[in-house]
Ligand binder design. Sequence first.
Ligand code: SAM
Length: 285
Amino acid sequence: MSTARTQTRAPGRVRAVTSLANPLVKDIRALAMKKFRDQQGAFVAEGLKLVIDALNLGWTIRTLVHAKAGRGNPAVEKAASRVVAAGGDVLEVSEKVLAAITRRDNPQMVVGVFTQQTRPLNQVRPADDEVWVALDRVRDPGNLGTVIRTVDAVGAKGVILVGDSTDPFAIETVRATMGSIFAVPVVRASTDAFLEWRRQFAGLVVGTHLKGAVDYRSVDYSGQPVLLVMGNEQQGLPDAITEACDRLVLIPQAGRADSLNLAVATGVMLFEIRRKALVMPEVER
Ligand code: SAM
């Protein structure tokens, strides 16, 4: 799913680090800033389960950082061995270093530094009844993370970030995805590239708009690829993207709120579009 190539790497190294001045720690802390994430092509994700899921999904881990307290924990040691075998490094650090890396007082015991992966737009060719979400200039990391998580939950295929968007690899975004950042392909595209790509999209392009004239529940989304297009938190969809939609739908509201939160509106839409595909799990009686 990625632009990163899988390569066989020499085994990594295990080190103990206690100082915030250590250059390896400084490099990881710098990933709190977008400039350094872009320069290094890397990002931080927190939590042992999430790191294991990412490894299982084939993401490249550069460094696994774990608290001293993780020594002797079979799950942490197993993950560390996997990381070293895959060519990543392992840092055993003090709680103070972990707190500085995650900027949290009570950090998780394990943090992973991964290579960023995005999918090029020209590799996105939705077929059958696949659903993709395009977000126009999404600003809020929490919204983006929640949308990625919801896309994963409903079995939609991926997210296209159109225009100048918040960073999908910011720690706040990654946190809000609850691990779905590793399962959902993310595409970045300029507005022009997106509009060009949309011209050959053979399916239904549904824009959500406060001036939409169609109730979102009255559209038949089945039997075709669907591209759901969501607007910016402050400005909604610009005219060029609005005009590129086949349908403009409204989620009717009662009460005094002008609009729904972007992530909530995306969730409402996705559960409707994927309604027939979502089945209740078997419950043992
Ligand atoms: N002031 C903005 C506007 O005029 O569009 C509000 C944007 S709203 C917070 C963010 C996005 O969520 C909208 O662009 C639209 O895609 C979607 N949205 C929110 N509430 C909606 C509703 N009731 N019906 C359809 N789309 C909605």
